[in-house]
Design a protein around this ligand. Structure first.
Ligand code: GUN
Ligand code: FE
Length: 424
């Protein structure tokens, strides 16, 4: 048994009432046991967090760890050129070692900036080594190998045989799904409609239902991508995915920048989870996703930084700030306020991965996934009353994260990462 007692902190719980309390938080093994005042439990480690703020760890629902090493490549291209000219050839050149280090470096940045869970899409080959990095780092993850069995433009090492792609995915699921006491899960990752046959998508649909695992894909990100799909299939992305039976509560759809009304209706009615990636959508000139209208319909929306070369930044503080700011010129100052985006980054992400009973908020009984922030660089008159969530969304940076805890284990302290002992 291991235990941690964190004392005298401001605790942003994100519980149902979204309470912010001042006091102590007690962790035993992987779970929060108690939040309250003047706790006197004995613990292996007692920390004084006076003047500091504890937040639920961020949950990023769209990341490509295999792309971390490609940052700075193709900085001024739009999606399809960026993929064809740079990203696909680079992914094809990955070997076992480079995938491992790409994942490790990405995870390091994520843990240092308070992200405790990622939904990660790898490349076609060597996904095993990304899982190894995930296992050693201690981050919580739903990861999978990318699937792409169609497309003349895809370089040969990435163009897959349909059955082999499915078999390799099933083998990885068998080995990694629910490993380390559920910290690591499998998610099927058909890349996007452009690169997947109907046969592959139907198999993914069936396997996702059989094992109750997430399907993670891109959709309606870019005008030319949508045109390709419409020309070939006579349908828009989400309508096509729905016709196959993939549009359901297990589907995580990255981007959704250009949805029409029918696609929005399908997303809402089927409980599809949208992963909004504002930084990537701006950088790749994809557009500004109409998130306020999805929220008006009570659709599920969470946040993701996408890959390092899409965004140049894996930091959730950056993503939250952009998500709020880009809507203001069109929708006014409150349409995506600080609390709305902070909710997307925490409990919203937990709903996207189907783990809202386990993560996404700080409550007794939940997994201890959290970050301790020191926001004291924020210079204001001490007497001013500043909303902490607003301060985090608009002003915090990764430099403000002092400690990150996942599953009750300290995985990052003062910028230093700590590997964990796995319980397989
Ligand atoms: N669509 C298909 N593949 C990708 C990718 O790697 N990144 C982004 N942003 N969109 C994609
Ligand atoms: Fe992506």
């Amino acid at each position: 048994m291991s235990s941690i007692l964190i004392k005298n902190a401001e605790i942003i719980t994100m519980n149902a009432a979204e309470e912010i309390v001042f006091g102590d938080l007690y962790i035993v093994d992987d779970r929060i046991v108690k939040i309250g005042q003047n706790l006197t439990h004995k613990a292996d480690k007692v920390m004084d967090a006076s003047g500091k703020t504890i937040i639920p760890g961020f949950i990023q629902t769209h990341i490509h760890l295999c792309q971390t090493l490609f940052r700075g490549q193709a900085d001024d291209l739009e999606l399809l050129d960026w993929l064809k000219q740079k990203i696909w050839p680079l992914e094809a050149s990955h070997d076992e070692e480079s995938i491992y280090y790409s994942a490790m470096l990405g995870i390091g940045e994520l843990l240092q900036s308070g992200t405790t869970t990622v939904v990660d899409m790898e490349t076609v080959n060597h996904t095993e080594y990304a899982f190894q990095a995930i296992a050693e780092s201690g981050i919580r993850a739903l990861a999978g190998k990318v699937m792409m069995d169609k497309g003349d433009e895809v370089p040969v090492p990435l163009r897959e045989n349909t059955l082999k792609s499915i078999q390799q995915s099933a083998d990885l699921l068998e080995k990694w799904h629910n490993s380390d006491n559920g910290r690591i899960q499998y998610a099927f990752c058909p890349r996007f409609v452009v690169s997947c046959t109907e046969e592959l998508l139907k198999s993914v649909r069936d396997l996702s239902a059989q094992y109750n695992v997430r399907v993670h894909t891109h959709a309606s990100e870019n005008a030319n991508e949508i045109l390709l799909v419409e020309r070939e299939l006579g349908m828009r992305n989400v309508v096509y995915l729905d016709s196959i039976g993939l549009a359901n509560e297990r589907l995580i759809l990255a981007h959704c920048v250009w949805l029409d009304e029918e696609e929005k209706r399908i997303i809402k009615e089927r409980g599809v989870k949208v992963s909004h990636c504002p930084g990537s959508n701006l950088k790749l000139a994809s557009g500004v996703a109409e998130i306020p209208s999805l929220l008006d319909q009570q659709a599920f929306v969470s946040l993701g930084a996408d890959g390092a070369p899409c965004n140049n930044n894996l930091d959730m503080f950056n993503e939250m700030r952009l998500a709020a700011i880009i809507q203001k010129p069109v929708h006014g100052p409150t349409a995506m306020n600080a609390r709305t985006v902070f909710r997307m980054a925490t409990i919203g992400g937990a709903k996207a991965v189907g783990m809202e009973k386990e993560i996404g908020s700080l409550e007794p009984g939940k997994k201890a996934d959290l970050a301790i922030l020191n926001l004291n660089d924020f210079h204001v008159y001490p007497s001013f009353d500043i909303d902490t969530i607003s301060r985090i969304v608009y002003s915090a940076t990764r430099a403000d994260v002092e400690i990150t805890i996942v599953n009750g284990k300290i995985v990052m302290e003062n910028r230093k990462l700590k590997t964990v002992d796995k319980e397989m």
